[in-house]
Every structure is written in C-alpha cells, then in structure tokens.
Design a protein. Structure first.
Length: 129
C-alpha cells in the first residue's frame, strides 16, 4: 500500500494493539502522518490508562517514524469552514475530529479513520482501514 496517509487516533490505537491488518498497511506506506490533535488524544489515553509508562513509551517510538502535523492558520481556516458546513447540514461531529479533518485538508492527505461521521465532511478524502 504505497502512499501517504494521515491517521486518526483510532488507527494508532489499533496499531498499538497489534491489529495485523493495520500494521501491514502502515509498514507498506511511504509516509504516515499524525495530527497534533490525535497526539494529544493519545497522550490523554496514556495518562488515563492502567499502564501509563508503557503507553508513553509506545508514543515516543511512534514519534520516531510518524510525521507530526501541527495546526496553524490554514488549519484554523479549514476548521471554521468545516464546522460551519456541518452546522448548516445539521450533522455535527466532535470538535477534535473537525480539527483532524482540517489537518487532513491542510496537508492534502487522505484521512484514515474508523469514525463514520467523517463521511459528513465535504472535501476530504476518507478511508476506513
């Protein structure tokens, strides 16, 4: 699976949990990008877990090979447009997921997520793994 992808938090969790289909796709990708918002969600999950040190180590290792994409003014522009469009359609999604979708637009990368609500976001390329 050659290509560049922006992964949502749930795909990194699947990777950490040893889900082979996700691991196979990640190791054959040219590049995997991590939205800063997803990194925050992973950090929260590690802190709230029964094994915070082990999970923190997993995140440290992840940061050696995944490209971190931070939010900037372009991300904020996409965020505002996405959130407004979703409001007009009556299909709100969680704010963190709007930031993740905005990051995918900013980076011009397909968003890989298992969250079905991304189908409501116009203008992103979305795939389920």
């Amino acid at each position: 699976m050659v290509g560049e992808y922006l992964l949502d938090t749930n795909l990194f969790v699947a990777y950490f949990n040893g889900e082979q289909s996700v691991i196979d796709k990640i190791i054959t990708a040219n590049e995997i990008a991590l939205p800063a918002v997803a990194l925050g969600e992973l950090q929260y999950g590690a802190a709230a877990s029964q094994r915070p040190e082990e999970n923190q180590e997993r995140i440290r290792k992840l940061m050696t090979w995944a490209r971190l994409i931070v939010c900037d003014d372009v991300t904020a522009l996409h965020y505002g447009r996405i959130k407004f469009a979703l409001r007009l359609k009556g299909t709100p999604i969680p704010d963190n997921d709007i930031w993740i979708a905005a990051t995918a637009m900013q980076a011009d990368l397909p968003l890989i997520s298992r969250d079905e609500h991304f189908r409501h976001v116009e203008g992103i390329r979305w795939e389920i793994w």
